[in-house]
Design a protein. Structure first.
Length: 398
């Protein structure tokens, strides 16, 4: 009889314990999550997003994890190389057996690995790319995006320029990949038949040492505005070269290059005066937010988990915000950490407020809307801080 009761007790325990044995990367004490970043190579400055995210995960684990589980976040370097991204993602899925991918960064690598992840049934949540193709939920059903789409951002800039400089010519320097081309296409879409008459563009490859010649060529077009659609290293070069050759254009940089520490400081803070960017974030160095609890919490986080880094580098803040989103999604999952539920919760964020985001900016996702961020506000560099202007603009702004 004792054997029978013992057997019933074991059966009862098994029935009352959530089924986790068949869920990849999930145990009673941890969940494995994967990420790939350009920690080295030509885009290493934005690879710092991964460092910020990893630090936030450590802070979560120091607080005891989520729902009794620690996060085992495994991040690899792809050096902004698509073949390397494929290699690292396969390793994460097949060797490390992660539950899902979170925060993978870099449009080229994401493009190279998306089909593989879909075939394997692995969700790829909050990818750090604004490439508009990833917002197509039919083609990318297992994906949510972690940046305002480049197409939406580009239209916001085109709209601003047509109001600020209605009769001017515009120049676009763009990275010759999906990232850069999305901004060009946004200008084409917004300006329509006037695009060819009013816009001059030049591209660059990430393997090029500088973009000085492209900037000199674009200046000769007579354009009164310069839109820079690329990554921080090249955006910094472009801002500096425009200043050196005396081009007094209205300069706009894209959000991935909107960091003070990553772009404006290398370009020269004095040479960057007047630069405009769209953002979702409160500015860490803006005196207006000095006493803001969210910014104070972020500074304390940096002091503890990223000691010695440049707090003005926006890539760390982006990683921190990614961590907040990951924590929220996992909390919403409860004890059901199946890939199906992780994806469902990632697409079920309702008026979620990330504390370091600007007032009025909220996160809303759904089965039909996989973009975590859909709003921005423009800001201008004064020489010492960003000065926000205008209203919060959403994804429908044209």
């Amino acid at each position: 009889m004792s054997v029978t009761w013992r057997g019933l007790a074991v059966l009862s325990l098994l029935m009352s314990t959530p089924a986790i044995a068949d869920e990849p990367g999930v145990s009673a004490t941890e969940i494995k999550i994967g990420g790939v970043f350009p920690f080295s190579g030509p885009a290493s400055s934005i690879g710092l997003v991964g460092k910020g995210l990893m630090a936030y995960v450590q802070s979560v684990n120091d607080r005891g994890g989520i729902n009794g589980r620690k996060i085992n976040y495994i991040a690899y370097d792809d050096a902004y190389s698509p073949p390397k991204a494929v290699e690292q993602v396969r390793k994460l899925v097949e060797s490390d057996e992660v539950a899902f991918m979170f925060g993978q960064l870099g449009t080229p690598g994401l493009s190279a690995t998306a089909k593989y992840l879909r075939t394997k049934g692995v969700p790829s949540i909050a990818i750090v790319s604004g490439s508009s193709k990833f917002t197509d939920v039919t083609s990318y059903p297992l994906t949510t995006t972690g940046l305002v789409s480049y197409e939406t951002e580009g239209k916001i800039y085109a709209k601003y320029l047509t109001k600020a400089l209605p009769n001017a010519k515009y120049a676009i320097l763009y990275q010759n990949d999906d990232l850069g081309k999305d901004y060009v296409n946004a200008f084409k879409s917004f300006l329509g038949k006037d695009y060819d008459r009013r816009v001059f563009s030049a591209s660059y490859e990430v393997s090029e040492p500088t973009v000085d010649s492209q900037i000199t060529t674009l200046k000769s077009s007579g354009a009164e505005a310069l839109m820079i659609a690329g990554t921080p290293k090249f955006a910094a070069q472009a801002i500096r070269q425009a200043s050196v050759i005396g081009w007094k254009a209205t300069v706009i940089v894209n959000f991935p290059s909107g960091s003070v520490g990553g772009t404006l400081a290398p370009a020269g803070l004095d040479k960057s005066v007047g630069v405009i960017v769209g953002t979702i974030n409160k500015d860490v160095v803006d005196p207006r937010w000095k006493d803001d609890p969210a910014i104070q919490a972020y500074r304390a986080f940096v002091d503890k988990y990223l000691p010695g880094v440049d707090v003005t580098n926006g890539s760390y803040l982006t990683g921190y915000q990614q961590g907040i989103l990951l924590e929220q999604i996992l909390r919403q999952c409860g004890d059901d950490l199946s890939r199906k539920n992780v994806l469902a919760q990632a697409k079920n964020l309702r008026d979620f407020v990330v504390p370091t985001a600007l007032p009025g900016i909220k996160v809303n996702t759904s089965e039909a809307e996989n973009m975590i961020w859909t709003q921005m506000r423009l800001q201008r560099w004064s020489g010492s801080t960003w000065e926000a202007f205008g209203e919060v603009l959403d994804a429908k702004s044209e």
